[in-house]
Structure formats: structure tokens, C-alpha cells
Write a protein of this length. Structure first.
Lengths: 473, 301
């Protein structure tokens, strides 16, 4: 881990030592010039606007007198009230008063779902895979899904801040993202710090309401416990080339599954990734990426049924390595996605864990022993979404997991290596009346355990209000 | 091994030096500003246009290719007035290019130099896709292009001082040629004055003001909201009382609604290029208005 420490201090240093000081005088001068220029323009625009208003007013008084004598009194009464609202100052942002002028942009996402599970959601588990946390998509019947509240703004001339709360249906508030972005970094570097959704894979850094299906793919549920959230530092660099090439890396606390909180100084996890992308003709665009995450766990506790049929408490300590390959291809005729478009997306996950596993960690069976542990597991999903007419899309998704090989070392006498391949098939239909609302119906059949076929139905709504969000590719 | 290393170093050096050595890199969000930047910048600028005329400018995705181009851009020329709100902030933020952030000289918004019309009195999404600053489709009036040309030329000069004189000269030449062209178009368009029209989307407000067209209805019940049968029936009823000559739509829009109404109201559909590249004839800014006027004249005759 000393290598990590070195890397982190170097990164921290790089963040601090920016060329801000060097460029100060020139930049300041340029800025003052720019401000003066803008002032001039604003005044010109205002004078023009005033002239226009005068003309309009003249035209209006003429017209009102000539054509609508009967309505004259109410129109006259309305005029003074309506006029100031109709013509606010031109070419400058409507100036909010005083303190409110610097309020951050606020947006909220409201979500709810009706769910139907043919099997008990409390029995939801993925056979052959270490439980990754609470991964059941929703409760039965009507429930709220995750609501979200986001505040964003430029902090000053160097930083941009984002705060995203996630409000759970169980009335808990979670800080989903809270990060600063250093916007003045040189050489195309984009350093981010705080808590953020890691940019590994494709879907990971997209918020749940932006997904094309109600729940996350099985690989995300099995290998990352849903989504990988990092507390730490991120550095991205986009190459100045015509083809999109982005390199990125993150270091953090490593608290999120498959790691855990280890009460340890220094760096808990690290990841690197590269993304490529581009266009093929005016109608096709694509993005592909490779990511690698390394983290560790200490006494990561879970329960598994042993060969004797008992619930055995297990505890893992060791290293966890995850590699992801992702690919997205989008088609829209001449780039116009309004009428019809198609999106194909797939990700492949591969995870290796090795370390020590303690069997019967709580001593309930009186058989406590620690042995070597080594696992090699993988999985993928592939999904396609087709907008066949404006506002309407259909989609299909297939998930597949390979339990691979798990070697329990000395504990092989108590624990079995699974051979069942969990899989799931989903279809969905959604309606998007505007950019800010979407309704979806999704049906899926999940075979996550032997002799356990769950038919699941979701009817979901997503409403977005407030500041206009941007759509990630 | 050393050969590979040399190759890598060479490639990286090329990648880094390439854009720096070339002309001023201009990233235009829509074709009209790309065309204008080319008119003003000549061979001193290298223009990349992020969208084409067949794309709905309100709905563009922050594609990887756009981020890559924004990374090495020296100047972003956008319409502003929130036309690009759905994608440009994401592109400029992800590109890691401090020079093109809003507020910097490398970020230019055309709408700041034009008096915007249709400023909404009620800022509410129930009114559809409303833009708080006003209607952003300013390029449909050539006088607006002229208003944008002067500050854009100044911006090019500011970013590329060694060529400042070159830009000013080109701007002067453009301005003269453009004024002459406007006079010609206005003369040609005299028969259009007062013509009653229906539009699909409220995208032609500035064109209407310029040519004195009289918009009596829009097929979209609210800006950005797909035409509904109920609303189309209302428009049809209105057209029976108050006949219009033509129904206008932009090249990027679906023809269903306009053809439906045209067939029933017995009026002509006019598909306007809307921006440079919208059809065969609209190859540049001059072609755009030549063709727009020609199509309108053909439609009303």
C-alpha cells in the first residue's frame, strides 16, 4: 500500500500546485477587459430593448384604441400589471433579488413503483455469490422508489460543487454524491474529490433514474452491491485527439462492497479505467471501456449454508479484484433521436478474490477454523432499447452469472462450490411524454437460485423537476 | 522495445502538438454558427460543427465524439438562450478544457447579442419546452446573423491576436456582402408580406418578424410538445375560419402533423432548411436564405 500512499500524495500535490499563480496577472487583465466589454454590450442591448418597448407600447395603444373599444377599460386596467412582467431586461439573466441570486441549481427526481413478485422478496439471493448487501429492487405492492435531490453550482472561479441526496422509501436520507470538481486544472485534467459514483464500467456513474430498466443488471448486484460509490479522489484526463480517449483513476476509502470499512489509515481502494468513443457516419456513435478495481475486505461477514445444511457464519479477509469491459452503441437516423433510435449496451464483469476465510466465525457450530480462500467469478448482461415511435421505447435485457470456481482451502470439508448459473430475462416498455417524465412497465423472469423462478413485474414512474439536467451518453 | 517506445512517444507528441499548431479550433454547436465562423475566420480557423441540420437542436446527446472535439477547442460558439442546455454543459465539463467554460473568452453565446423575442411571461414547464431567455431560434432572421457576426469576429481577434486584422477585414467584407444580400432577399420576399402561415414548432418567429409573415397557429400545442389529434383538430377548425397559405416545418421535424393539416386544410407544406445543410441548396448562409425565400415564395404562389 506504500505505493498507493506515494501516488496519493503526488496526486494531492498536483491538485494544489496549479498554474493559477503564474497566470494571475494576464488572466486578470483579460477578465477585466471581458467584463468591460460585457458591460458595454449589456447597455447597448438594454437601450435596444427600451426602444423596442417604446415601439411596442405605441403600437399597442394605437391598436387597442382602434379595434377593441368595448374592451378598453379592462385592457387598460391590466396593462400596467402585465407590462413589467412581459418585458424584463434583455440579454442579461433575470436578476434574482439579493441573496437568492447565488442559489445553486436545484433538481429533484420523484419515483414510485408498483411491484409484483411471485416469490418472497425476503428470500432474494444470488446462488453461489457472496451476498453484497440489500439488492432487492423494491417491496411488494405500491412503494416509493428512490427519490433524489440535487444541488449544483460553481463554487468560485476554480471549483464546482454537486450534492445529491437520495431519499429512500424507508424515510432515510443518504448522501449519494457530494463532490467538488476542480475546474481550472491545466492539461485537460479533471480532478474530483469527495463522494461520487465511481466511473468504472458504463452504468455505474449513472443515477438510477437514468437507467433503461427499473433495476440494475445482475452483475452490478452480485459484484458491486448495486453501484460502486467511492469516497476519495478521482482524476480524469481526456486526450486531445479526434477520437475520444479518456483515462481515469480513483483512490478512496474502499468502504463499499466488495471492500468494507477496515478502520485503517491510508488508501483503501484504487481503480483505473480507459474509455474510447467516436462516431461511425452521422447515424452511429459508440463508447467502449475497460476498468480495473482493486480493493480489500477485513472480516467481511456473511452467512452461507454449509454441507451439513446449517447456516454457517463466514468471515473473509483479503483482496478483491474486479475487471469490467463495457460497450455501448447508439443508432439514430442522421443523429436525430426524436423519431426513432436504438441503443445496444453490454458489460462483462470478472472478479477474483483471495485471502483467508474463517468458517463458523461466531463459533455457533463449534467448528471455527480459518483456511485459504480463492474465487474466480464472472458474468455479463446485454440489453437493447429501441424507440419505435416518438416517446415510446421497448427494451430487452439478458443477465447471466458464472459462479466459476471457489476454493475454500481447508474449509472445503464444510463448504461446497456451486455450479448453478443465475440468470434473468427482462422486457420493458416505456413512455416518455417529455424530457421530464417517464412511465415504464417491466416484466422479468429471474432464476437466481436452483428451483427458484421468480416472475417480477414493475410499473414505475420517474418525474424530474427543477433545473434542466443534462443527458449523459 | 525501444522502437515501440519511440513510436509511443512520437504518437503522444503528435497528438499533443497537432491541434496546437493548427488554426484556431472552433467548436460550433449548430451549423449556422459553424458557417458564420468559417465566413469570418477563413483559413485561420478550423471549424467543427457538433450537430447537423437534420438533428433536433433541443435534443442532442453529449456523445464521446463531442467531448473529444471540445477538449481541443479554442472557442465554443453556441446559440445560448438555453437551446443547448441538455448537452453542452456536460460536454464542456467533461472535456477538461478550462478555456471554453462559460464566462471565459473561449465561450461565445450568439443570443447575447440579439434581442430575443417571446420571452415567456410565465416560467413553468406546464407551458412546454419554454426558454427563460426567449425564443432561441434567432438564425432565421439574417439581420440577427449580422448582429452576431461583429462580436464573433471580435472574439476571434481576441483569441488569435496575430490574425486580428485578418478577422476584421473579413468581417467588414462579410458585413457589406451580407447587407446587400439582405436587401436582395427583402425585395424578393415582398409578396410574402402579411401572408398567413401555420408553423409546426415555434421555430420561425424571427423569420416572421423579418418578412412580415403572420403566424396564426402552431401545430405543437405547446413548444416542444408533440402535436396531438385534439389540437390539430382545433387548428383545422381555426383554418376554416381564417385560411392560411402554408404550413411551415423545419427539415429535422417529422412531416406527419404538417401533412395531415395540409391535406385537410388544402394548403401547401413548406419544408424550410432551418439551418445550413438543411437541404441541397442551403450549402452556406447565403444558400440558406436564398432557398428559404424561394421555398416560401413557391409555397404561397
Amino acid at each position: 500500500m506504500s505505493r498507493f500512499k506515494l501516488a496519493s500524495s503526488a496526486l494531492a500535490l498536483a491538485l494544489m500546485v496549479s498554474p493559477a499563480a503564474r497566470a494571475a496577472t494576464d488572466a486578470e487583465l483579460a477578465e477585466i477587459r471581458e467584463q468591460i466589454r460585457q458591460l458595454k454590450e449589456q447597455y447597448e442591448a438594454r437601450i435596444q430593448a427600451l426602444e423596442q418597448r417604446l415601439k411596442d407600447a405605441e403600437a399597442r395603444s394605437g391598436a387597442a384604441g382602434a379595434t377593441q373599444p368595448a374592451q378598453a377599460p379592462p385592457a387598460a386596467a391590466q396593462a400596467p400589471a402585465a407590462q413589467p412582467a412581459a418585458a424584463p431586461p434583455v440579454a442579461s439573466a433575470p436578476a434574482a433579488s439579493g441573496i437568492a441570486a447565488f442559489n445553486p441549481a436545484i433538481s429533484a427526481v420523484l419515483q414510485g413503483v408498483y411491484s409484483n413478485y411471485s416469490q418472497d422478496p425476503n428470500q432474494y439471493a444470488i446462488a453461489g455469490f457472496v451476498p453484497s448487501g440489500d439488492i432487492v429492487p423494491s417491496k411488494r405492492s405500491f412503494s416509493l422508489a428512490e427519490s433524489e435531490l440535487t444541488l449544483t453550482a460553481n463554487v468560485d472561479d476554480k471549483f464546482y460543487g454537486n450534492l445529491t441526496f437520495s431519499l429512500s422509501p424507508e424515510n432515510t436520507v443518504e448522501v449519494e454524491e457530494a463532490y467538488g470538481l476542480y475546474t481550472a486544472a491545466p492539461y485537460g485534467l479533471a480532478p474530483k474529490f469527495g463522494r461520487f459514483l465511481s466511473s468504472i464500467g458504463y452504468l455505474n456513474d449513472q443515477h438510477q433514474h437514468a437507467w433503461d430498466f427499473f433495476d440494475s443488471p445482475l452483475v452490478y448486484q452480485a459484484f458491486l452491491g448495486g453501484q460502486y460509490q467511492n469516497n476519495g479522489l478521482q482524476l480524469k484526463w481526456v486526450a486531445p485527439t479526434e477520437t475520444y480517449v479518456e483515462f481515469g483513476g480513483e483512490i478512496g476509502s474502499g468502504e463499499a462492497f466488495p471492500g468494507n470499512d477496515r478502520n485503517k489509515n491510508g488508501i483503501g481502494d484504487g481503480n483505473v479505467y480507459v474509455h474510447f468513443g467516436g462516431d461511425v457516419g452521422p447515424s452511429n456513435s459508440w463508447r467502449a471501456g475497460l476498468s480495473y478495481l482493486q480493493t480489500a475486505a477485513a472480516n467481511r461477514d456473511f452467512t452461507q449454508i454449509d454441507l451439513a445444511g446449517n447456516d454457517a457464519a463466514l468471515s473473509f479477509s483479503g483482496r478483491s479484484q474486479l475487471a469490467i469491459a463495457d460497450f455501448v452503441w447508439k443508432w439514430a437516423p442522421y443523429g436525430n433521436a426524436m423519431e426513432t433510435n436504438f441503443k445496444l449496451q453490454s458489460e462483462y464483469f470478472w472478479r477474483r478474490e483471495h485471502g483467508d476465510l474463517t468458517f463458523d466465525a461466531n463459533g455457533a457450530l463449534g467448528l471455527t477454523q480459518t483456511g485459504n480462500y480463492r474465487s474466480n467469478q464472472s458474468g455479463f448482461y446485454v440489453q437493447g432499447v429501441w424507440q419505435f415511435i416518438p416517446q415510446w421505447r421497448v427494451g430487452g435485457r439478458y443477465d447471466w452469472l458464472d459462479p466459476g470456481s471457489v476454493d475454500y482451502g481447508a474449509n472445503n470439508i464444510y463448504l461446497a462450490n456451486g455450479s448453478f448459473h443465475p440468470q434473468r430475462s427482462a422486457v420493458m416498455l416505456d413512455w416518455t411524454p417529455s424530457e421530464f417524465s417517464r412511465f415504464r412497465i417491466q416484466f422479468q423472469q429471474a432464476k437466481l437460485k436452483p428451483d427458484f423462478t421468480d416472475n417480477e413485474l414493475f410499473v414505475q414512474y420517474i418525474l424530474t423537476l427543477g433545473a434542466h439536467g443534462a443527458h449523459k451518453f | 522495445m525501444t522502437t515501440i517506445l519511440r513510436l509511443i512517444i512520437g504518437a503522444v507528441a503528435l497528438a499533443l502538438a497537432g491541434p496546437a499548431l493548427a488554426a484556431l479550433n472552433v467548436f460550433a454547436t449548430v451549423p449556422e454558427w459553424g458557417a458564420l465562423a468559417e465566413e469570418l475566420g477563413g483559413d485561420k480557423v478550423k471549424v467543427y460543427v457538433a450537430t447537423n441540420a437534420l438533428q433536433d437542436p433541443h435534443h442532442v446527446e453529449a456523445k464521446p465524439s463531442l467531448i473529444a472535439r471540445a477538449r481541443s477547442a479554442d472557442l465554443v460558439v453556441a446559440t445560448g438562450a438555453e437551446l443547448e442546455i441538455g448537452w453542452l454543459p456536460l460536454v464542456t465539463q467533461q472535456a477538461g478544457n478550462p478555456a471554453i467554460q462559460p464566462g471565459k473568452p473561449g465561450y461565445f453565446e450568439a443570443a447575447a447579442y440579439v434581442t430575443l423575442l417571446e420571452k415567456p411571461t410565465r416560467l413553468d414547464r406546464a407551458e412546454g419546452d419554454v426558454h427563460p431567455g426567449g425564443n432561441p431560434h434567432i438564425q432565421t432572421d439574417p439581420r440577427n446573423i449580422a448582429k452576431v457576426a461583429a462580436p464573433l469576429s471580435e472574439r476571434l481577434a481576441q483569441l488569435d491576436p496575430p490574425n486580428a486584422a485578418y478577422y476584421r477585414e473579413r468581417q467588414k467584407a462579410f458585413s457589406e456582402r451580407w447587407s446587400a444580400a439582405i436587401a436582395k432577399w427583402e425585395k424578393e420576399a415582398t409578396p410574402l408580406k402579411g401572408a398567413q402561415i401555420v408553423v409546426q414548432h415555434k421555430a420561425f418567429t424571427y423569420l416572421e418578424v423579418w418578412l412580415g409573415l403572420n403566424e396564426i397557429a402552431a401545430l405543437e400545442p405547446k413548444p416542444g410538445v408533440e402535436p396531438t389529434t385534439a389540437h390539430l383538430a382545433d387548428v383545422l377548425a381555426l383554418l376554416q375560419r381564417q385560411p392560411a397559405k402554408i404550413v411551415i416545418r423545419a427539415a429535422y421535424q417529422s412531416g406527419r402533423a404538417s401533412e395531415w393539416i395540409a391535406e385537410r386544410a388544402k394548403i401547401n407544406v413548406v419544408v424550410l432548411p432551418f439551418t445550413v445543410g438543411g437541404d441541397e441548396q442551403a450549402k452556406d448562409l447565403y444558400g440558406l436564405f436564398d432557398d428559404t425565400i424561394a421555398r416560401l415564395l413557391k409555397g404561397v404562389s
